[in-house]
Design a protein around this ligand. Structure first.
Ligand code: LUZ
Ligand code: MOS
Length: 751
């Protein structure tokens, strides 16, 4: 089944926030951003700006009737600065004007006087100065200190990963309309409609029940709109509330890049211990997360780093500690993988460094230590593992040993070009790590003409979740897809939604749709049994017809719906789903936080031009653990897209802040993401298909985030190519591996 959005996407008819026809009288907003990263506000003079043509009002924190607070996990983030600024781009005021141009022009006329304070951009410096967002957390299994002493090999090092700009094609934005009685309707490009609703209510000082948030679809989110879509929506709501006119704000790309947070950079230390047979006995890691200026989602991201600090390996003795460090950068936030990739990069660096030190291929250590079913993760959950089967399938299906020989042969025959190969196994836990968030609801109506309308809390952001929701309803009700409509995501229809995030959206909302449809189906079967004078157990629905004991009856779907209506049987259902079996004890850091894990293996080969430092990614060959896919097209799209986004993070996407905390890579001329010329020449993808009972919707495992981590393999393939050219290169473990870094690595030497 194809993605139901492809038709309107292709014709340019899909409606994004900026495509919503504006209502007469609509005003346009623009944020006045802080021009410095840290300081005390001495004066904010809006008088001249207020006199500019077209300006209707300039809002500051003084215009907030409720709370000046939008912190998601910790209340540490004002909507607008009051006395202090703590990052460059922090909103100081919101200008509302008759046109967007007038609003931006007025922003330029606001006079800002700030006494500068010292700026911290480095997480280790923040930790030294005691600037922590939350107390550090430690995950422990066994006794790593004792085990380290028994190891034949103990290797230590550091690893760095940089941030990543989400670069959703649709920038952030919102459109708020006043509704009679002081209510507000907000269209928002958000992954979290309920977060927008809750914070708008808090800031306006009214109840959530008066705020309707509606989301048709997003032009990409990648985590950047899980928490950070809120402020723009709340600005518009606040202005609409005061002015009783619709207010829209759709950010320019450079505003979006400058004012929003990104993937959290990490600076980490590791020590890995192996016995003489290359079993990893012990692992210790310390993570310094660059959280930026406020908590945002960073404490949850931090937690997922710890959950994924051993990737797909079993290590009996682990001590991993993570610090969330406050710096003067825009608050960093969720980004596909949510701290998992950052943790996984460090264990891969540790294994590669150990392999180099010991003098064996990293693949030997990786394969030997893959987690098996029955073994424990450091947080106590017992694995149901596909790690070894995926690895073995990668070796067999792609003749990986032949690939390794080819790379060796190529390297022995070429002096100025070198190839590198790596294996990247992945393991990603599916569920929100905050157990209470693993719930969802669906509302299904069957109309009198037999057509069906489905509402859920899932937000369509290009990932194809609406298509999957449609499939669930279609399969359970045995109806063709054209009879079913997936509705917009709306807080008046579905309440208390978790954000569409954590790869869990299709599972959580899909299960709710399944429950709702089954409840309606049960009632319909009862009606059919009474109409046809048959036993309930003998009835089933197929091809819009009622079947009795496997034979078509005269009763069609439409007639059945009519009969149910006449009998006053409910044709609607609101269903609730909560993932069973989840628990986690934060005091012990143990439990069963994930519904299941997704595994896979990628084999990557690259060719490095050892004169210029530029490189090609020859191939990435993947075995991915899909369970049994409910939509192969969508899942392939997610896997290929995730891989390429991961490769971008690991290779070319380089975020640069200067020492004053100003974003230098603030446009697409200075921030490079993979395009068609830089994707792998070949992406091969095969599924590791299993029929195991699991909590995935229709046993089709979550596919949103896990494939991003295949991109880490490209980093290590490049590193291996550099080492093939220059075995004494002193290149460390610091991503991204830009061509500049490759060039330096090719010609650097360990002292
Ligand atoms: N968001 C969140 C996430 O709030 N909790 C999570 O565990 C998570 N995981 C991945 C992506 N977003
Ligand atoms: Mo996400 S990082 O699942 O919003």
């Amino acid at each position: 089944m194809q993605n139901i959005d492809t038709y309107t996407h292709t014709r340019g008819e899909s409606v994004y926030l900026d495509d919503i026809p504006v209502t007469r009288g609509t005003l346009y907003g623009a944020v006045c951003p802080s021009p410095s990263a840290h300081g005390i506000i001495r004066n904010l003079d809006i008088a001249e700006a207020g006199q500019m043509p077209g300006v209707v009002k300039i809002l500051t924190y003084r215009d907030i009737p409720g709370k000046n607070q939008i912190g998601g996990i910790i209340p540490d983030e004002p909507l607008m600065a009051e006395t202090k600024v703590h990052y460059h781009g922090m909103p100081l005021a919101f200008v509302v004007a008759e046109t967007a141009e007038a609003a931006y022009a007025a922003v330029q006329k606001i006079r800002i006087d700030i006494d500068a304070l010292p700026v911290i951009t480095d997480p280790r410096e923040a930790r030294e100065k005691g600037e922590l967002i939350v107390p550090p957390r430690t995950f422990r299994l066994g006794d790593s200190g004792k085990a380290m002493k028994e190891c034949a090999y103990v290797i230590s090092g550091t690893a760095e990963t940089n941030g990543q700009e989400h670069l959703y094609i649709e920038t952030q934005g919102a459109y708020a309309l006043p509704v009679e009685g002081g209510h507000i309707k907000i269209y928002s490009s958000t992954q979290g409609p309920t977060a927008v609703q809750r914070h708008a209510a808090d800031v306006l000082g009214i109840s959530m029940s008066r705020i309707e948030v509606d989301v048709t679809r997003l032009g990409g989110g990648f985590g950047g709109k899980e928490d950070q879509a809120t402020s723009w929506a709340v600005f518009c709501a606040l202005a609409a509330f005061h002015l009783k006119r619709p207010v829209k704000y759709s950010l320019h790309r450079m505003e979006d890049m400058r004012m929003t947070g990104k993937r959290n950079p990490y600076s980490s230390d590791f020590t890995i211990g192996l016995d003489k047979d290359l079993n990893i006995l012990a692992y210790e890691a310390t993570f310094h997360q660059n959280a930026g200026a406020s908590a945002d989602l960073s404490p949850a991201v931090l937690e997922r780093t710890l959950f994924h600090c051993t990737n797909s390996y079993y290590i009996p003795h682990v001590t991993a500690t993570a610090y969330s460090c406050r710096t003067n950068l825009p608050p960093n936030t969720a980004f596909r993988g949510f701290g998992g990739p950052q943790g996984m990069f460090v264990i891969e660096a540790a294994i590669h460094k150990a392999a180099e030190t010991i003098g064996v291929p990293a693949t030997v250590i990786q394969q030997k230590n893959l987690i098996a079913t029955g073994q424990q993760f450091p947080y106590g959950q017992v694995a149901v593992s596909e790690a070894a089967p995926c690895w073995k399938k990668a070796v067999d299906s792609y003749d990986a040993n032949g690939m390794i020989r080819e790379v060796e042969q190529f390297n022995s025959e070429n002096r100025l070009k070198k190839k590198g190969l790596s294996f990247m196994p992945i393991c990603f836990g599916i569920s929100f790590t905050k157990t209470p968030m693993n719930q969802a609801r669906a509302l299904v109506h069957v109309y009198a003409d037999g057509s069906v309308n489905v509402s859920t809390g899932a937000v369509e952001m290009g990932q194809g979740v609406n298509t999957k929701m449609l499939q669930v309803a279609s399969v359970v009700l045995s109806l063709p897809v054209h009879r079913i409509k997936i509705n917009t995501t709306n807080t008046y229809r579905i309440a208390n939604t978790s954000p569409s995030a954590a790869s869990a959206t299709a599972d959580l909302n899909g299960k709710a749709v399944e429950i709702a449809c089954r409840a309606i189906l049960d009632r319909l079967i009862e009606v059919a049994a009474s109409v046809l004078n048959a036993g309930k157990a003998d009835i089933h629905l197929q091809d819009e017809r009622v079947y009795v004991s496997g034979q078509p009856s005269p009763l069609s779907w439409n007639e059945l719906i009519q009969a149910a209506y006449i009998k006053r049987v409910s044709l609607s259902e609101h269903a609730h789903y909560a993932t069973p079996g989840l628990h986690f004890d934060g005091t012990k850091e143990k439990g069963h936080p994930f519904a299941y894990h997704v595994y896979g293996t990628a084999v990557t080969t690259v060719t490095v031009d050892c004169v210029r430092g530029i490189y090609d990614i020859d191939s990435v060959k993947i075995i991915h653990d899909v369970g049994s896919t409910m939509n192969e097209n969508i899942d392939r799209g997610q896997i290929e897209g995730g891989l390429v986004q991961g490769i971008g993070w690991m290779t070319m996407e380089e975020i640069v802040y200067d020492r004053e905390g100003r974003l230098r890579s603030n446009a697409l001329s200075t921030y490079k993401v993979p395009d068609i010329y830089s994707v792998p020449a070949e992406i091969s993808l095969q599924f590791n298909e299993t029929e195991n009972d699991n909590l995935a919707i229709f046993r089709s495992k979550a596919v949103g985030e896990p494939p991003l981590m295949y991109g880490i393999g490209t980093y290590f393939a490049l590193r291996n190519a550099i080492k093939a050219f220059n075995p004494s290169s002193n290149i460390g473990y610091s991503a991204p591996m830009t061509p500049e870094k490759v060039l330096m690595g090719l010609y650097s030497h360990r002292s």
